[in-house]
Write a new protein. Structure first.
Length: 131
């Protein structure tokens, strides 16, 4: 009976990026970690990006439920943190994150509509109605 080769039993090589920065390019993650803001670490931004992806991927029926925490609190909070990260990064380092946010924002806009009664001082993602 053949046995498993030792390399198959070993852990992943160190070149595999940790799951905490999944979705962030190396240059962007390193730039975030160099910032002096403890709220904008690569781990925190990656978690917020995963949260925004999750909210955007929810079906319209879930987003339109009354008193919905996903739509009222979780999504806008995650998107605000991502906006802070984009503003803190340089043009080159933040480009991949901006591109990913543009793609996710478009999906979010398609699932929601503008709330004309919302405070205009709020960011656009906090002034959306769920159909």
């Amino acid at each position: 009976m053949p046995r498993n080769r030792p390399q198959r039993l070993r852990a992943l090589p160190p070149s595999v990026p940790p799951s905490t920065t999944r979705g962030l390019p190396t240059r962007t993650a390193e730039s975030l970690d160099w910032l002096d803001d403890p709220a904008l670490t690569s781990k925190d931004v990656a978690l917020e990006l995963d949260e925004w992806r999750h909210v955007v991927s929810l079906p319209e029926a879930v987003l339109s439920a009354p008193h919905n925490d996903w739509a009222e609190f979780v999504g806008p909070s995650a998107r605000a943190a991502l906006d802070d990260a984009v503003r803190a990064l340089g043009r080159r380092e933040g480009a991949p994150l901006r591109a990913e946010l543009a793609r996710l924002d478009e999906r979010f806009r398609r699932k929601t509509s503008n709330n004309p009664f919302a405070d205009p001082a709020l960011p656009w993602w906090a002034r959306r109605w769920w159909h």
